[in-house]
Write a protein that binds this ligand. Structure first.
Ligand code: FNR
Length: 380
């Protein structure tokens, strides 16, 4: 009601409350280069469109006359209590959106009690982001470096900086064919954006002939070499188990058999995700993959979800399809671009307020009671 009450004195929100409009508004303000990178997806964009369509096609069937006057959005994820089933997805290179970049987004997450997942490819070193967050919940996303010494060093730095869970992204051993970036020859990494964790890393530096400051181009090329490794296979996960003693979540799982392999490998969770449609054009929509993964491993692993979530009812639908919690990517990145920390907080608050109202209006007072019976497949 805060927004309506403020409206009585003429104060309307600075940013749209319909988060599907943020891309357009951000592009108007920041121009096409950076927004093209954020909005862009693989190939002709079919996977990003399919992500939206798969969520929109599913329709909620509200129930009446259930006592919903008190509601509680909290859930347990990876053995820890969270105030709501929401986390900020790992997104690299945030300095292309705002000079305060990851630190501003992390502070916003901390202020709203939502976990922040820091990307390996952040434009701010992980220790600095950790400092901005105090003791708020944070997870570290690993792009698994080819050089095991760099991988080991990342893991021990993340542990020391208070990151509790490790999110290992498996769908990006190579960057996909992304025409918007190819046509503009725009790749932030080649300008040294998104390399902060690497350039500040002693094991990475040990592989350089000259310090980063003396030969930045060579450092960028070295980064390209160690960034990730298309040669990895399932048995390699043992390395992560040996070097990380907290929960490990595999991000980018779409096939139920891969989810079973994750469980067999002793992982703690998966994120059903197609990277927001940025990796494989023509891929299965994430929301279509989700129920199959939940059926395969829902009793063994924590199943999280992302790709295409834009509204509170999208979060509801993902929970109804079996996700324990949901990650959101682009919307908060646009919020950051438009208004820094306040913009990210705006996005989180809109999503949570809309989710809370959706629960109330569909007859639920906690996420625990949401399930498959709440959805039908419509025609969108
Ligand atoms: C991403 N994503 C991502 N994922 C990851 O594991 N590490 C990363 O560094 C990045 N970087 C990144 C940059 C940009 C600009 C975007 C848009 C996305 C993927 C991200 O974590 C998440 O899977 C998607 O953003 C979810 O889809 P939506 O919410 O953006 O539709």
């Amino acid at each position: 009601y805060e927004i309506y009450l403020n409206g009585m004195s003429g104060a309307v929100p600075r940013l749209p409350t319909d988060l599907t409009r943020l891309e357009e508004v951000t592009e108007q303000r920041l121009g096409p280069g950076p927004v093209g990178y954020v909005a862009g997806s693989a190939g002709d964009g079919s996977t990003a469109r399919a992500n939206r369509a798969a969520l929109e096609r599913r329709r909620i069937v509200p129930r009446m006359l259930r006592d919903v006057h008190e509601r509680d959005l909290s859930v347990e994820v990876l053995g820890r209590p969270l105030p709501a089933p929401l986390a900020l997805a790992p997104v690299g290179v945030l300095s292309i959106m705002h000079p305060d970049a990851e630190s501003a987004a992390a502070r916003a997450a901390a202020a709203q009690g939502v976990p922040f997942i820091l990307s390996s490819a952040s434009s701010t070193p992980m220790e600095q982001v950790a400092e901005a967050m105090g003791d708020a919940e944070r997870w570290f996303q690993l792009y698994w470096p080819k050089d095991p010494e760099v991988a080991r060093s990342f893991l021990s730095r993340a542990k020391a900086a208070g990151f509790t869970a490790l999110v290992v992204t498996l769908d990006t051993p190579l960057l996909a064919w992304r025409p918007r970036d190819l046509d503009q020859a725009y790749l932030p990494f080649l300008h040294g954006v998104g390399t902060a964790n690497y350039f500040s890393d002693p094991a990475f530096q040990a592989g350089l002939a000259k310090p980063v400051a003396e030969d930045p181009n060579a450092a960028v090329m070295h980064f390209v070499g160690v960034f990730s490794d298309p040669g990895k296979t399932w048995p390699d996960l043992a390395f992560l188990r040996e070097n990380w003693d907290g929960p490990i979540v595999l991000k980018g799982i779409l096939h139920p058999d891969d989810a079973r392999l994750a469980a067999d490998a002793g992982m703690d969770g998966v994120v059903v995700s197609n990277h927001g449609g940025r990796q494989v054009a023509g891929s299965v929509a994430a929301a279509d993959a989700l129920p199959r993964v939940v059926e395969a491993v829902g009793d063994r692993l924590t199943v999280l979800f992302d790709s295409g979530v834009r509204t509170g009812d999208d979060v509801f639908k993902a929970l109804a399809l079996g996700a324990r919690a949901v990650l959101v990517g682009r919307p908060y990145v646009y919020g950051l671009g438009l208004d820094g920390q306040a913009g990210v907080e705006h996005v989180i608050r809109c999503l949570l307020a809309e989710l809370d109202l959706t629960l109330a209006l569909t007859g639920h007072s906690t996420p625990a009671t949401i399930g498959a019976a709440d959805l039908v497949e419509g025609s969108a």
